[in-house]
Design a protein around this ligand. Structure first.
Ligand code: AMP
Ligand code: GLY
Length: 426
């Protein structure tokens, strides 16, 4: 069997490593993959948004199953194109990927179906947005409607910051057409939880919960990033909360998408805030999270390909999705200066003994050497019986990996550990 994974980051590397556990898979292609993924799959130099080339490649190479991992090609309709060419896919079609592709759409969906989320207003005119901000409560949250490389959310702690955000997004068009409309939303407080769920549009099977660490600095300080580390499970996400989320958020969302004629099949990501009024949705993503995938999939006991195929064939109800009991921690090693400017081209050394748990995000191979080639360079995951051991083991691996200019947070999992110790009365 030949599989094609579209994308080229740490998330895709984690998906590919997990797929390799299935012995019926003879060949995995990564489009475009990266220098680290090249050890586990054949990388093909086609970008994730080059839809025509991807479809042609899939046909020429008789691909049996395609996994489209990143948001952009999903929102552009790559799954529709591949399915039209007769290729079975894991990932939502374009009309369902809109749940991430347009925040105006997803907020409207939640409002219409009573799914708990922050109060909000939509603006397509900067003047009206600025007028509204004169009396809006501060802090406030400004979100570009469309995809913005994960940078389209600004939490404004002063009126001035809010005004600047509106001007940058709507007038200066910092994110292009993604900023034609904005959502101005109520600021929510509480612990954040990421829940990725498999769904075939009929059944929802949530994966183990996780916690991302989005800020660049220790103690959740500094600029927002694509994610500096993760732990799973998330100790704030208790069984009681999981039940509430299933009843008030997960099932209602999947049903709502069906009612709207936009059946969602794939991995639906729920970004949740556990507020004092209950869990609320802060964002939907139409895909696996990055770096959540790097802690969630190592804990998956079931065969990933079998589950993905069941999603595509709408047979998820009868397919077991089991997770191991342990805990996972992933620490991202980035280039110093990220998320602003940083150097590239430094040689990376990873001992063979830990290669299996390293997920490469931004690296290329040149003359047989692995060189840094992005802001987030790689993630290293440890799975252990308990969180404290997983954190210790992940950081031990970090000390074994070397490249010039490496930066990583020192406190991945610390907040989760405090919560866990509190729950156990320690
Ligand atoms: P996103 O790009 O949608 O993942 O949002 C980035 C981060 O902004 C989230 O992980 C939250 O920490 C924060 N955020 C988004 N919406 C809100 C909100 N309504 N209230 C408080 N924080 C938010
Ligand atoms: N870790 C957040 C995301 O994948 O959007």
């Amino acid at each position: 069997m030949k599989i094609m994974v579209v994308g080229g980051g740490g998330r895709e590397h984690a998906i590919i490593k997990k797929l390799k556990e299935n012995k019926n898979i003879d060949k995995i292609y990564a489009l475009p993959g990266n220098g680290g993924i090249a050890c586990d799959a054949e990388c093909v130099n086609i970008g994730a948004c080059e839809l025509d080339k991807i479809v042609a490649f899939a046909k020429e190479n008789s691909i049996d199953f395609a996994i489209v991992a990143p948001d952009d090609p999903l929102v552009l309709g790559l799954v529709d194109r591949l399915e039209e060419a007769g290729i079975s896919c894991f990932g939502p079609r374009k009309n369902a990927a809109i749940i991430e592709g347009s925040k105006v759409y997803s907020k409207g969906l939640m409002k219409k179906y009573g799914i708990p989320t922050a109060e909000y207003q939509v603006f397509d005119d900067p003047k009206a947005a600025l007028e509204y901000l004169k009396t809006a409560p501060i802090p406030t949250v400004i979100k570009a409607d469309g995809l913005a490389l994960g940078k389209g959310v600004i939490i404004a702690f002063s009126k001035e910051e809010a005004i600047n955000a509106v001007n940058e997004i709507m007038t200066d068009k910092k994110f292009g057409k993604s900023g034609d409309k904005i959502v101005v939303e109520e600021y929510l407080e509480g612990p954040e939880v990421s829940v990725l769920a498999f769904t075939d549009g009929k059944t929802v099977k949530p994966m183990v919960s996780s916690m991302d660490h989005k800020r660049i600095g220790d103690g959740d300080t500094g600029l927002n990033t694509g994610g500096m580390g993760t732990v799973a499970p998330n100790p704030f996400y208790t069984e009681d909360i999981a039940k509430i989320c299933m009843d008030t958020i997960f099932l209602p969302t999947v049903k709502a998408m069906n009612t709207e004629g936009r059946t969602f099949k794939g991995c639906l990501y729920f970004g949740l805030m556990l507020t004092k009024d209950g869990p609320k949705v802060i964002e939907y993503n139409c895909r696996f999270g990055d770096p959540e995938t790097q802690v969630v999939l190592p804990l998956l006991e079931s065969d990933l390909f079998t589950v993905m195929k069941a999603v595509a064939d709408e047979k998820l109800a009868e397919t077991p999705v089991k997770f191991k009991d342990g805990t996972a921690c992933c620490v991202i090693m980035a280039s110093n200066g990220y998320p602003l400017s940083y150097g590239k081209g430094f040689e990376i050394s990873i001992p063979d003994s830990i290669k299996d748990s390293v997920y490469v995000a931004g690296a290329k191979t040149e003359n047989g050497k692995l060189l840094t080639n992005g802001g987030r360079v790689l993630g290293v995951t440890a799975t252990e019986d308990n969180l404290e051991a997983a954190i210790r083991s992940a950081y031990k691996k970090v000390t074994q990996i070397h490249f010039e200019n490496a930066y990583f947070r020192k406190d991945i999992g610390a907040k989760a550990l405090r919560e866990e110790q509190k729950n156990h009365g320690i």
